[in-house]
Design a binder for this molecule. Structure first.
Ligand code: NDP
Ligand code: 2IT
Length: 445
């Protein structure tokens, strides 16, 4: 890392002790930014990096609620409003027991650059709670969401901060959150949340957008090597929103997706995953992946274990951070890997990224490859602002254009900085320059 940037990075780490994921995200971005600071000394003079690493505002709050047996439960809620240079803070809410400030800050930091890459007018933020929705009834989830919004409402708004979903937050949760926001504020403010139901202000394609967008990005990346998804053997991790839609799109483009996972284990279905069955089990029944293997012949279920033991030509990590380490990366490379597309946020460890890049594997980092979700959220905001709703075809075409644009920006930036094919460098510099320019233009705030 450039010595000037390393000194700033060390100060950021010391000021934010115990936040390993935030440290990792900051370090990874800083490793790309040395050459930009050679060309733009004004970024160092304006202390852009120091400002970028300090969130504009961080909110931490108590979320009390009662479970179905009448017992009082207490969770912790977070919203980190990281950077508003390009637009209102925008980013999802994650409900998962592992959530703490370090995870929310890593996600919010990544979101700044991702949102900049989309070219849409959105700043970066993220939030969530250590609440675990798994095994909770709809009524418990509703009471939790109502309590969470009873604090969050005073910090958000269509021109201020616009949350959406992430792990553990889908259409059901956004519905409960929106209902409570409307009830407290007495405003039908559609643009305050995205990922809404289609009959009350949501956008077609938003549910599919992250997984679809990841596959569209990787298709563009494969084209640079004269290849495509057609005929590829694909492994996906996770089986939630992003994973399921990545499976569907990859197969629509002619790939065979042979494996996917949840936190309990993984399935191998050599015939190609049956997307309708997967959706039925995961989205309708909220069941476990093991059920898939019980309902379809020729499917192996492996309890625990790593889905990265299954060989693939294309790997799409779509579950969670640091789920693919250096050992798994080396195994995939040995078994003939051609490309990796991060549907999740920071799923590959820094060691894994190094293994992929050293081996010449095409590697698309999450902040570029999974930007289709937030980009389509911005399209939802556009529809809300104009009180309009677009067709599936039109919205999917907008998503495709945005993903191709992000791909090309990353590739061109990598070329411009003398590292062709380095999408990590391209994404980090491409996103950073837009934010840095806007921050300097807006003065010291
Ligand atoms: P979901 O809650 O729909 O699905 C999450 C999936 O990942 C589940 O299969 C879950 O398994 C698995 N998973 C979660 N945590 C772990 C863990 N600690 N270990 C192993 N598996 C785990 O979330 P999404 O699909 O929305 O999100 C997946 C990833 O994509 C996240 O990194 C998210 O930040 C990122 N992302 C999401 C976007 C969106 O629009 N939703 C946009 C851009 C990125 P189990 O059910 O067993 O917990
Ligand atoms: O990580 C992400 O980009 C998301 N979870 C989606 C954010 C959004 O505002 O749609």
């Amino acid at each position: 890392m450039d010595a000037r940037l390393e000194a700033i990075r060390d100060t950021v780490l010391a000021r934010n002790p115990g936040e390993a994921e935030f440290h990792q995200a900051v370090t990874e971005v800083f490793e790309s930014l040395g050459p930009v600071h050679d060309r733009h000394p004004e970024f160092l003079e304006g202390a852009v990096l120091e400002r970028l690493c300090e969130p504009e505002r961080q909110i931490i709050f108590r979320v009390p609620w009662t479970d179905d047996s009448g017992r009082v439960q207490i969770n912790r809620g977070f919203r980190v409003e990281f950077n508003s240079a390009l637009g209102p803070y925008k980013g999802g809410l994650r409900f998962h027991p592992s959530v703490y400030l370090g995870i929310v800050k890593f996600l919010g930091f990544e979101q700044i650059f991702k949102n900049a890459l989309t070219g849409m007018p959105i700043g970066g933020g993220k939030g969530g709670s250590d609440f675990d929705p798994r095994g909770r009834s709809d009524a418990e989830v509703m009471r939790f969401c109502q309590s969470f919004m009873t604090e969050l409402y005073r910090h958000i708004g269509e021109y201020t901060d616009v949350p959406a979903g992430d792990i553990g937050v889908g259409g059901r949760e956004i519905g409960y959150l929106f209902g409570q926001y409307k009830r407290i504020t007495n405003r039908y403010e559609s643009g305050v949340l995205t990922g809404k139901g289609i009959s009350w202000g949501g956008s077609l394609v938003r549910p599919e957008a992250t997984g679809f967008g990841t596959v569209i990005f990787i298709e563009e990346m494969l084209k640079t090597r004269g290849s495509s998804f057609d005929g590829q053997r694909v492994v996906v991790s996770g089986s939630g929103n992003v994973a399921t839609n990545a499976v569907a799109k990859a197969q629509a483009l002619g790939a065979t997706v042979v494996a996917c996972s949840d936190s309990s284990g993984y399935i191998v279905d050599e015939a190609g995953i049956d997307v309708a069955l997967l959706r039925q089990i995961k989205e309708v029944e909220r069941g476990r992946l093991k059920d898939y293997s019980l309902r379809r012949s020729g499917v192996a279920y492996v309890e625990a274990g790593s889905v990265w033991d299954v060989d693939a030509t294309v790997a799409l990590p779509c579950a969670t951070q640091n789920e693919l380490d250096g050992g798994a990366a080396a195994r995939l490379v040995r078994n003939g890997l051609l490309a990796v597309g991060e549907g999740a946020n920071m799923p590959s460890t820094r060691e894994a990224v190094a293994v992929f890049q050293d081996a010449g594997v095409l590697f698309a980092p999450g902040k570029a490859a999974n930007a289709g979700g937030v980009a389509t959220s911005a399209l939802e905001m556009q529809q809300n602002a104009s009180r309009d709703s677009w067709s599936f075809e039109h919205t999917e075409q907008r998503l495709t254009d945005i993903m191709v644009g992000i791909h090309d920006l990353c590739a061109q930036t990598a070329d411009e900085y003398g590292e062709p094919g380095n999408y990590v460098l391209g994404a980090n510099i491409g996103g950073f320059v837009k934010v840095a320019d806007a921050m300097l233009a807006q003065g010291l705030i």
